[in-house]
Design a protein around this ligand. Structure first.
Ligand code: COA
Length: 455
């Protein structure tokens, strides 16, 4: 991308002074605002951006999204082309290395990943310690974090060879841990990896193998899962990637950073959304109930899960690919009755003024849950599948952050809106209504902010 340098002229009406601020790549550096001061004792102007809706936290060459145009590219390649022509492990290589691999590079990479899928036997004991109905996502995030204790060399984050080793370990072992977390939650014995199978095929083996000597994945389902992993592999600075980078910025090892990213993904507004979509569709029950449900959404009583996106204000390109693979999957599994409901819900919403005005379109999660369910995955496994697919993206972003000379420990500022200094009240002097509603952050923030908030 060519760098355009131009400037922004700002006049501070408090002082009458004018400042010229450079614009690079369509952004100003927030730190340049610090020179805008009332006087020498002033800290300088801050930007206030809760939830980072208009703040770039890094420069990245990995993933490009144009939310208005519905474009998603990894390292310049359109997601639709990668979903059509590539494989998940090739995409993982691309995200991490920046270029597509040659045939021999890909063969080495695939072999490395395949030969790191085993986990230390003690991890099994660790997982055994979870309560029988523990959510597999809770097991996954804990066991990925626990891996750091098995690999003390992971702390050597400035050694490129050791970094690569942890990257291989994480991409390889997350399928094993994901499958083990499921098998534990239903009380089945763990299945060890099968090195003859592809990445997705082996994952299906570790999930579903019963008493047969050799598990043979259905090639259509294996391919569909591989494509779903590709679609989830990266998505620039989303909540979990931001967590990965933020924790990584303290120079924590990648297993600990990945555990934080998985934790972020666990939330219903992020990786938990596809689970919520399925629950929502089940609650709606039938096509006749859609208008009443839409009315509840419009009056703010409900949310249409799987719709809307912080960045996409157009059809999520991943949702298009998913609709196509849904057809393939349903040919094998038989159709999912919730699909007709979802299609009708989408049609009604896309014609409704409420959704048109707010540019709310189906996102990646709207159809994935229906496919996963048809493939036999329980809803608790949906965010786990998302985590497996996202691992290469997290790692590529983590490494990019570490190697970026402009980055340092992530540490945002705040605008302090709390009390001025006040004396401590001894407990015997506190009346029953001592802690009042007026102490809530919202109430304090609603009060007139001090002219020069503390930092
Ligand atoms: N259903 C109903 N209304 C929605 C909506 C949804 N799924 N998503 C957004 N809106 C509405 C908001 O209420 C708001 O309306 P208002 O302007 O009248 O207040 C407007 O659209 C803008 O939404 P906002 O919450 O500011 O967008 P955001 O960028 O902060 O949120 C999401 C993005 C993804 C968190 C949000 O769209 C959402 O919660 N979607 C459902 C969960 C989901 O599918 N998540 C997966 C993301 S991949």
């Amino acid at each position: 991308m060519t760098e355009q340098v131009s400037t922004l002229t700002v006049t501070d009406n408090r002082t009458g002074r004018t400042y010229e601020i450079p614009i690079e790549n369509g952004a100003i550096r927030a730190n340049t605002l610090r020179s805008i001061k009332l006087d020498e004792s002033d800290f300088g102007l801050l930007t206030y951006d809760p939830a980072f809706t208009n703040t770039a936290s890094c420069r990245s060459a990995i993933t490009f999204i144009d939310g208005d145009a519905g474009i998603l590219r990894y390292r310049g390649f359109p997601i639709t082309e990668l979903a059509d022509k590539s494989s998940f492990l090739e995409v993982a290589y691309l995200l991490l290395a920046g270029e597509l691999p040659t045939a021999s590079e890909l063969a080495v990479w695939e072999s490395e990943i395949t030969h790191h899928t085993l986990v230390h036997e003690s991890i099994k004991k660790f997982i055994d310690g979870f309560y029988h109905d523990a959510h597999p996502m809770g097991i996954l995030l804990s066991s990925v974090g626990a891996l750091s204790t098995f690999y003390p060399d992971a702390k050597e984050i400035s050694d490129p060879g050791l970094r690569r080793l942890q990257i291989v370990r994480l991409i390889a072992k997350i399928t094993t841990l994901a499958a083990f977390s499921y098998r534990h939650s239903i009380g089945l014995p763990y299945v060890y990896p099968d090195n003859d199978l592809s990445y997705a095929g082996n994952f299906l083996n570790m999930m579903w193998k019963a008493t047969e000597l050799k598990y043979e994945p259905d090639p259509i389902l294996e391919h569909a899962l591989d494509v779903l992993f590709i679609l989830h592999a990266d998505h620039e600075q989303n909540c979990s990637t931001n967590a990965m980078r933020a924790v990584g910025s303290s120079q924590a090892d990648p297993f600990s950073a990945a555990a934080a990213a998985i934790s972020a993904l666990y939330g219903p507004l992020h990786g938990g959304a596809n689970e919520q979509v399925l629950r929502m569709l089940t609650e709606i029950g039938s096509v006749e109930n859609i208008p009443a449900f839409i009315e509840q959404v419009k009056s703010g009583k409900k949310k249409l899960m799987g719709f809307g996106h912080r960045v996409y204000k157009n059809y999520d390109p991943r949702a298009r690919v998913i609709r196509q693979i849904a057809d393939e999957v349903f040919k094998v599994t038989g159709t999912n009755p919730l699909l007709d409901l979802a299609l009708e819900l989408e049609r009604v919403a896309l014609e409704d003024e409420y959704f048109i005005k707010r540019k709310l379109y189906p996102n990646v999660d709207f159809y994935t849950g229906i496919i996963y369910q048809a493939m036999g995955f329980p809803v608790e496994m949906f965010p786990v599948l998302f985590a497996v697919g996202r691992m290469p993206g997290w790692l590529a972003q983590w490494e990019e952050g570490l190697l970026d000379p402009e980055q340092k420990i992530a540490r945002p500022r705040q605008l302090y809106v709390g009390h001025e200094e006040r004396p401590y009240t001894p407990i015997e002097d506190r009346s029953p209504d001592f802690v009042g509603a007026s102490d809530s952050i919202a109430a304090l923030a609603a009060q007139a902010a001090p002219a020069r908030p503390r930092r």
